[in-house]
Design a protein around this ligand. Structure first.
Ligand SMILES: [Zn+2]
Length: 118
């Protein structure tokens, strides 16, 4: 599974950005991947164990993939794999998948200054 490495990468990015401060919240944007948000959130919290982000909450923002059909003009978000190979509207296969498939650490929340480690 990719998720473990992905979660570790997100935590590593958050820890780097926190620069020694304690991380209390992570906001992660997931584009395209039909992932189970609970799995990702748990993976992130697991990967954060022992870091400054150990007690963080995880806020996931899911962005669905979008499919545009060249045959009937239908365009819209999809949430299952079938729609990625055939248009849900007309069944045509001349479709274009758009939208980001990135997983991005969007923002972090850190504990207020004053308690930050030097
Ligand atoms: Zn169509």
């Amino acid at each position: 599974m990719h998720e473990t490495g992905l979660c570790e990468a997100i935590v590593a990015a958050a820890v780097r950005r926190a620069a020694g401060r304690r991380v209390t919240g992570l906001r992660v944007r997931i584009g395209g991947h039909p992932v189970d948000p609970d799995v990702v959130a748990q993976g992130i919290q697991l990967a954060a164990t022992g870091t400054v982000a150990a007690d963080t909450t995880v806020d996931l923002v899911l962005e669905p993939m979008t499919v545009a059909c060249h045959e009937c003009g239908r365009s819209g978000p999809v949430d299952d794999h079938v729609a990625l190979v055939a248009c849900p509207g007309c069944g045509g296969v001349d479709i274009e998948v758009t939208g980001s498939d990135d997983v991005v650490l969007e923002s972090i929340t850190v504990a207020s200054a004053g308690r930050a480690a030097v």
